[in-house]
Design a protein around this ligand. Sequence first.
Ligand SMILES: Nc1ncnc2c1ncn2[C@@H]1O[C@H](COP(=O)(O)OP(=O)(O)OP(=O)(O)O)[C@@H](O)[C@H]1O
Ligand SMILES: [Mg+2]
Length: 259
Amino acid sequence: MKIIAIANQKGGVGKTTTAVNLGAALAEMDLHILLVDLDPQANATSSFGLQGVEQTSLYEPLLGEASIIEKISPTRRDDLFIVPADLDLAGAEVEIARMPDHLTRLAETLKPLHADETFDFVLLDCPPSLGILMTNALAAADELLTPIQCEYFALEGLVKIVRLIERVRDSGANRRLELGGIVMTMFDSRTRLSSQVVADVREHFGQRVYETVIPRSVRLSEAPSFGKSILEYDPNGAAATAYRALAREFIQRHGAADK
Ligand SMILES: Nc1ncnc2c1ncn2[C@@H]1O[C@H](COP(=O)(O)OP(=O)(O)OP(=O)(O)O)[C@@H](O)[C@H]1O
Ligand SMILES: [Mg+2]
């Protein structure tokens, strides 16, 4: 089992869209996936048509009051499970901050999953801030997968993320954390800017950038309001094709057999 934090401190870059649709595409390839919604906004949760029902989130497990295993819900798709988020999670930030092991609460919470080996990958959909929840995600993760929007400040944002990873490593909270991959999102083939940004990011970050680029697609932004991933909502469109290609590349990179 590998824990992947899907994170970028910048808002609206495609973290949740990538967590939901990469998760769905990996599950379609018969890998067992757990998506953990770590964002009190609960966008990943509502993307599956689920409501943030009280006491279903990671709030209690993070405070040591329940096990994560009790909070796992099925989704419509076989092999894809979710730990939903709710507004309580916002309160968890404050309460965790008071705990002595405040950087490693999430790592501790995820431990029972290692023991049981049901899941091939745990995807953490992180909130867009450098708060306690995101820091906990970085401390718990084997690697970071960072979606970057194809826009002018992409490289500046990445430099900040690289520094953040160095800080987490230096703090001792997680010495094995790596920037495992960069996914370029919202690529607009009609603009030269998109192509230029992808070229610049590849020049600086080489192999870490996924070959697959996610196109800008209205269908992707519509799918959550139907409680569907893009694989159900528009299975043959460019966006579904891209997320499937991303999943294949992800599997190759992780040496996980496409079952
Ligand atoms: N490839 C895409 N094409 C078009 N729209 C997209 C694409 N990816 C994401 N979006 C839309 O852009 C908005 C932001 O995406 P998303 O919620 O995935 O970003 P996020 O990084 O999780 O945001 P936050 O930081 O608020 O958690 C959403 O409305 C989403 O539907
Ligand atoms: Mg999000």
